[in-house]
Design a protein around this ligand. Structure first.
Ligand code: XMP
Length: 510
């Protein structure tokens, strides 16, 4: 395993992804994790990530100095490069020219992490400070015009520093550098394979749960589905899956997911139709946060009741959750707090339920979850679904949620998806949906005047939903979608395509 100490870089996850893509397990830890704890994990290498701080600032983050004495190879990247130089007796100064963007790197030593690279390489920089004097025992291995010590090494102790970012694609041979570090220097073994992850997870669940009973909430999303499938493979009918139908899901969603699970041997699946409760509590509520709160509380109530009523003949020991890796690791934290569960948006069930928590995919990234799903023979159609918010269609109907508005939105959304799928556009989009704007406008259909709602269509390209760009698709396709919606959906007579980026807009309408 490779340990990545996170100095608050948004790139720490990217480094971990690259290492895992090379077939080696990577674990992100807070920058100040004690060396003794790291040693216990027996990593074959340590990577110090970049970060926004400057080592010249008081109180800037420092790793435990003893990590350099463990005999484990260390690679410092950007801030990690500077902090290593600084702590080992070198000298860091504010750079005269702030290097930001692509630079030409001249290599003066092509061993270690630079094995089989060219004399000149295109690399990507983003930092102001630089290492002026190297620590004793280190030698310069590369430079740029403005940064003489752009890379250094102490080959004897296998300590390396690079001022640039090998994990971003702008560094053309970045993967090669990481590969050299991982395999040539650290002598790591390729053991991070999706099929073995799935097998390992099933074995671990079997081992941990034994003959106890587990409950899991199915949301229709990828994460809960893959988590449930792994657990089902491990313990079969000791898994109880509760699927709460909030009445706020998309057309056909409950039937599709429940149908799939039943067909694949989930005998203990409880679909709870709570749509009337949700809708009556949402009556006349217009404030988005109030809607979220009502939906969150109602969900917990319904879930608890299902456990009390439907599952009462079993003693449930575990509550399984589809938590994934980025949910647990704060990507831009310098606080050193790692295991923080995402509170934004996600529904967390109360601790008072008193269950032990089972999180079988907590170490995986989304695309790894999908690949595990594929290795378990889950259909692509379910695995590659766009993200869908917990409060469902309630945050896509601006203002009050009514049965009539839900019917219109659901129908419009289904037509939108149908057209996106038919045209092959669906898989190119990160997230798409229809929203209903609560204003009625005039139209004409046949000879008659109509007075109906507006449907806004949103389709965005994004990596993680934090920022997003509106998806460019052909005018012909847009026109086809618009005609199909107005033609097929009673109650909507106008279609708008949203061309706002996030920020300043959000992806959802509420
Ligand atoms: P926003 O609207 O904040 O959305 O730009 C970013 C991503 O988060 C999803 N989202 C939610 N997911 N509960 C969820 O589980 C919510 O309340 C919620 N609100 C937004 C949204 O669909 C997008 O993928």
């Amino acid at each position: 395993m490779i340990v990545i100490l996170n100095f608050g870089s948004q790139f720490a996850h990217l480094i971990a992804r690259r290492v895992r893509d090379l077939g080696v397990k990577a674990e992100i830890l807070p920058f100040n994790t004690p060396a003794s704890e790291i040693a216990k994990m027996q990593p074959v290498g340590i990577i110090l990530s970049g970060g926004p701080a400057s080592v010249l600032e008081r109180g800037s983050p420092r790793p435990d100095k003893r990590i350099f004495e463990l005999g484990i190879p260390v690679l410092g990247i950007c801030y990690g490069h500077q902090v290593a130089a600084h702590m080992l007796g070198g000298h860091v100064v504010k750079g005269e020219a702030r290097e930001f963007g692509k630079e030409a790197l001249s290599l003066c030593n092509k061993t270690g992490i630079f094995t089989s690279l060219s004399e000149r390489e295109a690399v990507w920089f983003s930092h102001g400070d630089q290492v002026k004097k190297l620590p004793t025992g280190f030698m310069r291995t590369a430079s740029t015009v403005t940064c003489p010590n752009a890379a250094f090494a102490d080959q004897r102790r296998s300590l390396f520093g690079i001022q640039f970012h090998p994990e971003v694609t702008h560094t053309k041979n970045g993967t090669k550098i990481l590969k050299n570090f991982i395999f040539l220097v650290c002598k790591a073994k390729k053991n991070w394979k999706i099929t073995s992850i799935a097998k390992g997870a099933v074995a671990q669940i079997k081992n941990e749960v034994g003959n106890k009973h587990v409950v899991v909430g199915i949301s229709g999303g990828v994460d809960s589905l893959v988590a449930a499938t792994l657990i089902h493979r491990a313990i079969g009918n000791h898994l109880h899956a509760v699927f709460v139908d909030t009445g706020l899901l998309r057309e056909g969603e409950v039937a599709q997911v429940a149908g799939y699970l039943r067909k694949h041997g989930f005998k203990k699946l409880y679909v709870i139709d709570a749509s009337r409760t949700f809708l009556s509590r949402l009556k006349e509520v217009v404030d988005p946060e109030e809607k979220r709160e009502i939906i969150g509380h109602t969900f917990i109530e319904v879930f608890e009741k299902a456990i009390r009523n439907q599952l009462k003949q079993h003693t449930i020991t575990y509550l399984a959750q589809g938590t994934i890796y980025p949910d647990r690791i704060e990507s831009a934290s310098t606080s050193g707090v790692a295991a923080k569960i995402k509170s934004h948006h996600n529904l967390t069930l109360p601790e008072k339920l008193g269950f032990k928590i089972l999180e079988p995919i907590k170490d995986l990234y989304k695309d790894e979850v999908r690949r595990v799903g594929l290795s378990l023979d889950l259909p692509r159609e379910l695995l590659w679904r766009h993200p869908f918010p917990g409060p469902g269609l309630a945050v896509r109907i601006v203002g009050e949620v009514t049965p009539e508005r839900l019917r219109i939105l659901r129908a419009a959304d289904a037509v939108f998806f149908e057209e996106l799928k038919k045209s092959g556009e669906y898989e190119k989009i990160w997230q798409a949906f229809a929203a209903l704007l609560p204003v009625k406008v005039v139209g004409v259909m046949g000879d008659a005047r109509t007075y109906e709602y507006i449907i806004a269509l949103r389709a965005v390209d994004s990596i993680d939903g934090m920022s997003a760009d509106w998806h460019k698709m052909s005018n012909d396709l847009l026109e086809k979608i618009s005609s199909a919606i107005v033609g097929k959906v009673r109650g909507a007579n106008r279609v708008l395509y949203d061309i706002t980026q996030k920020p300043p807009a959000t992806i959802e309408y509420e």
